[in-house]
Design a protein around this ligand. Structure first.
Ligand code: SAH
Length: 353
């Protein structure tokens, strides 16, 4: 039975489901889930992420975390990635930090998809990696952590404001088709704070898993030391419907083919800060962060190398990748970054307290 048929049967029995339950099934269903069954990244996949665009992204974030480690006095630690995709970002971080004296972290990856774990194992061949299903399993040690396009993949619930109540957007069925519907509006404690900055008809989104994940990670950073860098598309206290489906690099109907398209929502960085038990930096843009970490000179050095080698096509590709990561019209300002670090410590390079 297809995932769509399974979902329709479930709705028949239990009634309409929240967007979060729908996303969870579409992305991580063990047999049909989007991440559980495929490698969605790159030109031939459905979308392309910053580490797949250029090695510079992982190199700079790796050096940023290694500098934070030095600033905190060095010592034993874990280098952690949440949702590592193909493992490219971790591989680039490890290559760039190989020369940092004494930096020999344990490598911990939090990954839900068995198919992607296999790809990460191949990318990180020769590296001792410890995989986890959830952040709760991370070690009690200083954590230097990165999460790129991880939080946008976590299931969200959506609410439409009606008066002082909220109607939840749900997935129901109409014959053989999945359809969107709305529950009766009710007042909601969890959204009480949004009554001030929204009006009738506004949509807000809640990501129930994000605060728990942030709390777990930030608590370790506060108690043992470390730093976390979160990069994703989104904004501060985001408003509006940002739920989207992408297939073959193009938007598509999120209800059309469950399990076949990537489903995401913008990340609410305020919700991340509110859930943190350690210090959080100011939110910055991906472009500002990469420039502060030295992407300009790094891009130039790589360009000169390719130019010297006479490899025009690689040079063109490299310059296009540089623009894609940093230009405001591309990923530069849509993507934001924030850092977690212990209270009283300095934030990692590139971030303001
Ligand atoms: N960071 C990578 C991949 C981003 S895609 C990159 O930048 O290329 C999202 C990643 O998070 C995938 O590896 C996906 O399998 C993983 N993922 C999604 N939901 C998860 C969850 N609940 N727990 C652990 N990993 C999850």
């Amino acid at each position: 039975m297809s995932l769509k048929a399974q979902l329709i049967r479930q709705i028949e029995v239990d009634g309409p489901m929240s967007l979060a339950d729908y996303m969870q099934a579409c992305l991580l269903h063990p047999e049909f889930g989007y991440y559980a069954t495929r490698d969605p990244f790159g030109q031939s996949g459905d979308f392309i992420t910053a580490p797949e665009i250029s090695q510079m992204f992982g190199e700079l974030l790796g050096l940023c975390l290694a500098q934070a480690w030095m600033d905190q006095g060095g010592g034993a630690c874990a280098l952690v990635e949440l949702g590592p995709g193909r493992g490219t970002l971790m591989a680039d971080m490890l290559r760039a930090t190989k020369a940092v004296p004494g930096f020999a972290p344990e490598i911990h990856l939090v990954e839900a998809s068995p198919a992607l774990r296999d790809i990460q194992r191949a990318t990180l061949k020769g590296v001792d990696v410890i995989w986890h299903d959830s952040v709760a399993e991370l070690p009690e040690t200083p954590l230097f952590l990165v999460a790129n396009e991880f939080f946008d993949a976590l299931p969200i619930r959506q609410f439409l404001r009606q008066g002082r109540g909220w109607a939840e957007r749900r997935v129901g069925r109409d014959g053989d088709a999945l359809t969107f519907g709305l529950s009766e509006p009710v007042p909601m404690e969890a959204l009480a704070h949004r009554l001030q900055d929204t009006g009738d008809g506004d949509v807000v989104e809640l990501c129930p898993a994000a605060p728990q994940i942030v709390a777990e990670v930030s608590d370790r950073i506060q108690r043992h030391g470390g730093a976390g860098i979160i990069v994703d598309y989104g904004d501060w206290a985001s408003k509006g419907d940002t739920f989207q489906a992408v297939k073959d690099h193009a938007p598509c109907d999120p209800l059309d083919s469950p399990g076949q398209a990537d489903l995401t929502a913008h990340v609410d960085f305020k919700a991340i800060c509110d859930a943190s038990g350690c210090a959080t930096s100011k939110m910055t843009t991906q472009a500002a962060l990469l420039y502060a970490l030295g992407i300009g000179p790094r891009a130039q050095a790589l360009a000169e190398k390719l130019d010297d080698a006479g490899d025009q096509s690689a040079l063109d590709q490299h310059l296009a990748a540089y623009r894609r990561l940093t230009e405001p019209s591309e990923m530069g300002s849509l993507f934001k970054a924030i850092a977690l670090y212990p209270k009283g410590a300095t934030p990692p390079p590139g971030f303001d307290p």
